[in-house]
Ligand binder design. Structure first.
Ligand SMILES: Nc1ncnc2c1ncn2[C@@H]1O[C@H](COP(=O)(O)OP(=O)(O)OP(=O)(O)O)[C@@H](O)[C@H]1O
Length: 362
C-alpha cells in the first residue's frame, strides 16, 4: 500500500497542507524545527490513531486553535482508500474510514498499516522492560486487533487482584485470589502465545536484516523472557501465592516479562554503541514491517525519522537496499543524505510549508 495524498488543517505548524506522495522513497528535507517530523506524526495518527511522540492529541492541534483535521488518501492494491481524523481539544477524536464514520479506535486498526522508526525507539532497547512489552503489544495488536481485549482484561484483573492483596490485613482471601487466578490464566495463555510466537518471528527476521545492514559483522538474538511458563500457568500462579501475600501485589505474569536482546552474545543494554543501537532498531522495525506484510498481505508504509545520523555510509547504503518496494518517508536535515537517495522524491520543508523539488537528486 502507499499514500498518494496528505491533507492537514491546523495540525502542529501546518495551517493548511495538501501534498501528493509517491510509491518508493519520499524524502522530507529541511532545517531543524520546520515540520518534517510533524508530517510523519500525521501519517502515523492516520494509521494507528495515535501520535508516536505525545500521549495527548490536543498537543498536536495548532497552538491557539480548537481542532485539527487530517486526511490520508492511499492505494491498497488498485483500490483507492482514505482515512480522516478530526482532533478536538476538549473532545474525543472522531474518524472516518473510506468516508464512513468509525465507531471506535479499534475499527481503525487493520486499514492503513504504518511502521515508524524514530530516535525515541532507541530507548526501547536500553531502558525499562515496560517499553519492550509495549512495543511487542503494539505490533501484535496491528496484526490481531482482538489481542487488545485480552491485554485490557488482563490489566483490569491484575489491578483488582493487587487492590485485594494490598488491603488483605490478615483476612482469609484465598478463595478470592483463586477466582482471580482462574480468570487470569485464560488471558495469560492468549498473551504468552502471541508474544512468544511474535518474538520467534522477530528473532528470525531481525537476524537476517541486521546482517544485511551491518554487512554481516554482528550477530543479534532476541528472546522472550517469561516469568510464567506457557505450559504450566495455573501451577505457576499457585506457586506465586505465598510471595504475593507477603509482598501485597502480583509478582509474576506478562506484566513482569521482558525481551532479552543480545549482540554478539552480550546484553545490548550494557554494551552497544549508539550506531549499533540504531542499526539494531532499524533491523527490528524492518522485521516488524515484514511480519505485518506476511500476516496481512499488505506492505505497510515505513516512516523513518532522522535515521541517518550515527550510521556510517556503508550502513546507510545497505539500509536503502532493504527498502525496495516499500513506500518510505525519510526525514533529514542533511543535504548529503538527501543526495544519497538518488531515486527518491524530494520535498523541501520550511516553516510549515512543503514544496516538492521536481528535479530528482543526483
Ligand atoms: N501544536 C503546535 N502548534 C504550532 N506549532 C507547533 C506545534 N507543535 C509543534 N510546533 C512547531 O513545529 C515545529 C517542529 O516541527 P518538527 O518536530 O516536525 O521539526 P523537524 O523539521 O522534524 O525538526 P528536526 O530536524 O529538528 O527534527 C516547531 O517549529 C514547533 O514550534
Amino acid at each position: 500500500m502507499h499514500i498518494t495524498r496528505l491533507k492537514l488543517i491546523q495540525f502542529r505548524n501546518y495551517e493548511q497542507l495538501d501534498i501528493p506522495f509517491y510509491p518508493g522513497v519520499n524524502v522530507l528535507y529541511g532545517r531543524n524545527a520546520q515540520g518534517k517530523t510533524n508530517i510523519l506524526e500525521a501519517i502515523h495518527i492516520c494509521g494507528s490513531g495515535k501520535s508516536f511522540r505525545v500521549s495527548s492529541d490536543s498537543k498536536t492541534v495548532m497552538d491557539g486553535k480548537e481542532g485539527a483535521y487530517l486526511f490520508a488518501e492511499y492505494l491498497e492494491e488498485e483500490e483507492e482508500r482514505s482515512i480522516e481524523v478530526l482532533l478536538r481539544r476538549d473532545r474525543k477524536k472522531s474518524l472516518k474510514i473510506d468516508g464512513i464514520p468509525a465507531k471506535n479506535m479499534r475499527e481503525l486498526l487493520g486499514n492503513l498499516f504504518v511502521v515508524i522508526f524514530s530516535p525515541e525507539d532507541m530507548k526501547m532497547a536500553k531502558e525499562a522492560p515496560a517499553l519492550r512489552r509495549g512495543f511487542l503489544d503494539g505490533e501484535i495488536s496491528k496484526i490481531r486487533p482482538s489481542y487488545v481485549d485480552a491485554l485490557k482484561n488482563y490489566a483490569k484483573i491484575i489491578a483488582q487482584k493487587n487492590a485485594v492483596l494490598k488491603k488483605q490485613s490478615g483476612r482469609d482471601i484465598g478463595g478470592v485470589l483463586d477466582a482471580f487466578d482462574a480468570q487470569l490464566a485464560g488471558y495469560i495463555r492468549i498473551i504468552l502465545k502471541n508474544r512468544h510466537s511474535y518474538t520467534e518471528k522477530l528473532n528470525r527476521l531481525v537476524r537476517e536484516t541486521h546482517r544485511a545492514i551491518s554487512g554481516g559483522e554482528e550477530e543479534i538474538s532476541i528472546e522472550y523472557k517469561a516469568t510464567i511458563p506457557e505450559d504450566a500457568i495455573p501451577e505457576a500462579l499457585a506457586r506465586c501465592r505465598q510471595r504475593e501475600l507477603a509482598e501485597g501485589g502480583c509478582t509474576a505474569g506478562p506484566h513482569r516479562d521482558d525481551l532479552e536482546i543480545r549482540l554478539n552474545g552480550k546484553d545490548i543494554r550494557v554494551f552497544a554503541s549508539q550506531g549499533q543501537l540504531r542499526t539494531l532498531m532499524l533491523a527490528v522495525k524492518t522485521a516488524c514491517l515484514d511480519i505485518l506484510r506476511e500476516s496481512t498481505g499488505h506492505t505497510p508504509v515505513l516512516l523513518l525519522d532522522d535515521v541517518f545520523s550515527e550510521l556510517d555510509r556503508t550502513r546507510k547504503q545497505n539500509l536503502l537496499k532493504t527498502l525496495e518496494g516499500i513506500q518510505t518517508f525519510i526525514t533529514t536535515a542533511d543535504d548529503a543524505d538527501a543526495r544519497l537517495l538518488s531515486r527518491a522524491r524530494l520535498f523541501y520543508v520550511e516553516n510549515g510549508k512543503v514544496r516538492e523539488m521536481k528535479k530528482k537528486t543526483k
